[in-house]
Structure formats: C-alpha cells, structure tokens
Ligand binder design. Structure first.
Ligand code: NAX
Length: 327
C-alpha cells in the first residue's frame, strides 16, 4: 500500500467542491491505488455546511480515503499537501467591477500562496479553479517564491472539453476522436480554442468540418459563452463539469500525453509564442508523466495570432490591476 497523499481543496463546501471531493476520494484524481488524505479548507461561515460534506464522505466508505481534515486555518489546511486545488473564491456580485473582484479575490490568493509555501510538502503542485483563475494563480505563485514556477496551474480544461464536444457534435464524430484542441490564454470570454491544430479522426478540423463561417460565428462564441449559457439554463454555474475538468487536468499532468494529442492548462509563461513572460497563460501542453512542456513550433496563422494576442492583452491588464498584490 502506498503512503497517503495529502490533497488540499479550498471552497470545499461549495458546489464544485461537492462534486470534486467524491472524485478525489474514490481514486479518480490520483489513481485507484493511491490513498489520499483530504484537507478541506473553508471560511468560518461555511464550516457547518462543510460538516455535512464530511459526513457524506464518511458515508461513502471509500477504501482509499485515509483521513479528512476540515478546517478554516490555512496552515492546517495546506500542511503536507502534495496537491492544492484552489476552488474557493468570492463570486462577482451585481455592480461589482472586474477590478473590485480581482482585488477581493487577490487578497485570498496572497494568503493562500504564503500558506502553501510555508506548510505544503516539497513536491506541492497547485491548480487554481476559482476565478479569475489565471490571475489568482499568478498572485498565489508570486507570493510563494520558494515554490518552483512550474508547479502552478490555472484551469482551462473545462473550455477545452466544451470545445471538443462542440466539434464532435458538429462533425457527427465521437468526442474521443477529437485531439490536439488547445485553449490559449485566459479562462474568460477572450480565451481562444485554436481549432486549426486540432484533428478529428486524424484529419485537420478545418477539413473535417467544411463550414468556414461556423467556426467564427458559432463555435468560438459558443465555447466562450458556455459558462453564461449554463447559468441561464440551470440558474447555477457549472459545477459537475468543472469538477470533472479539474480531475482531467490533474490526470493529464501526471500521465504521459499520447504522441498525437495535447491538453490545455494555464502555466507560467517564459515568453513562448511571444507571450509576455510571467503571465499565467494557457497553452497546448504535453506531459511525460513527471514534467510538463509547452508544445512549441506550431504554425500560428494571422487569425489565431490576433486571438492569442487579444487574450494576452486581457491578462496583462489583469496583472496591472493587481500589481499591489505582487511582491
Ligand atoms: P460556490 O460559491 O458554490 O463555492 C465557493 C466556496 O468557496 C464557498 O463554499 C465559499 O464559502 C468558499 N470560499 C470563499 N472564500 C474562500 C476562502 N477564502 N477560502 C476557502 N474557501 C472560500 O462556487 P463554485 O460554483 O464551487 O465555484 C468556485 C469557483 O470556481 C468560482 O470562482 C467560479 O467562478 C470558479 N469556476 C471556474 C471554472 C474554470 O473553468 N476555471 C469553471 C467553473 C467555475 O465557474
């Protein structure tokens, strides 16, 4: 039996947390032979709700779940963690400007970055889900300078999964046959699903779907606005699909990527594809099971270039709005 891995989850009593914790405790995050200890972090007013979540986890009797630590103390919450999934954040309320939201959430991620550096295990890797996730990740990373920059991730996998499904539906193909679809940039409405490099059953997407107008008029807006469409239909934001995407992200990071595929996650940019170094930017990625790398050398056409610069500009602007939180 392997030693248990400590996994910290913030926002554990929220709706994404509710779906995510079951997936982690059942072995879908780190594998069917990897025991886990869950460290569930919430704010004080949500501790009662968290008690209920803990009871439900206990009632699942998961063989791999070796401990549960519900807490609102960050030191305890991140103690010994090898994975930190930062889901909790404050939602945007009516009348709140993006700058206000960045400022409020930014302060949360300052403290969490510091606590991760001080308390987590030496192999800590952090995935930020709470929005605005790229810039929240940047804030946490910059407040934890001793943790290597290649251990910080922000989630764009839900956008990738949404894009792959839309392509499969349009082509009448199996979603598993859609490969190499990467999201570029920010997890926001400027994010760019680059379909030019994607394939369906090995065929380039622009050939498999011979309907040029559909991509700009339908596909890209549908993917970019999918979150809003779900809120409109469900009255609540996406939760199970977001939890699923977090599981997919971690799985893709720790599993070697197939040679004909890639996956999307936002990482610290070192200037690849001319993007401003230091931003947390989503690229096409591959993993050898231990280390990640950005897939380089792709041809970027003028249409894509314009899109990847637009989403970069938004991230640069967000960064300047939180400059006071970056040491
Ligand atoms: P909920 O409002 O249901 O849950 C959030 C939870 O976070 C609450 O229980 C709250 O008490 C807790 N929380 C707030 N501040 C905290 C703090 N400082 N420390 C610990 N916990 C804290 O939201 P939910 O639907 O679960 O969404 C969570 C976040 O995911 C939101 O920011 C949301 O915008 C973001 N999303 C990100 C996605 C992505 O693809 N990156 C997609 C889904 C989702 O929209």
């Amino acid at each position: 039996m392997k030693a248990p891995v400590h996994v910290s989850v913030t926002g554990a009593a929220g709706q994404i947390g509710y779906s995510l914790l079951i997936r982690i405790a059942s072995g879908q995050l780190l594998g069917p032979d990897q025991p886990v200890i869950l460290r569930l972090i919430e704010i004080e007013p949500a501790m009662k709700a968290l008690e209920g979540v803990v009871m439900e986890l206990q009632d699942c009797a998961f063989p791999l779940l070796k401990g549960i630590v519900p807490t609102c103390d960050l030191s305890e919450g991140f103690s010994n963690a090898s994975w930190a999934l930062l889901v909790g954040s404050v939602p945007r309320k009516a009348g709140m400007e993006r700058k206000d939201l960045l400022g409020i959430n930014g302060k949360i991620f300052t403290g969490q970055g510091k606590a991760i550096q001080e308390n987590a295990a030496s192999d800590i890797r952090t995935l930020v889900v709470g929005n605005p996730c790229n810039t929240n990740c940047l804030i946490a990373m910059d407040n934890a300078p001793d943790v290597p920059k290649d251990r910080w991730f922000a989630m764009t996998r839900l956008d990738e999964n949404r894009a792959k499904s839309q392509l499969a539906l349009k082509a009448g193909a199996d979603v598993a046959s859609v490969k190499k679809l990467a999201i570029w940039g920010n997890h926001s409405s400027t994010m760019y699903p680059n379909y030019f490099d994607a394939t369906i059953d090995g065929k380039p997407v622009p050939e498999a779907i011979a309907d040029e107008a559909w991509f700009a008029d339908d596909f890209i807006p549908t993917v970019q606005q999918r979150g809003a469409a779900i809120i409109k239909a469900r009255g609540l934001s996406s939760a199970a699909s977001a939890a699923n995407a977090a599981v997919d992200t971690v799985q893709s990071i720790i599993t070697p990527t197939e040679s004909d595929n890639c996956f999307s996650v936002a990482v610290h940019s070192n200037g690849e594809y001319g993007i401003e170094p230091g931003l947390i930017y989503s690229y096409p990625m591959k993993s050898d099971g231990e280390n990640l790398s950005i897939i380089e050398g792709l041809d970027i056409n003028d249409f894509s270039q314009e899109k990847i610069k637009a989403t970069e500009a938004e991230l640069s602007e967000e960064k300047s709005m939180v400059a006071d939180l970056l040491p």
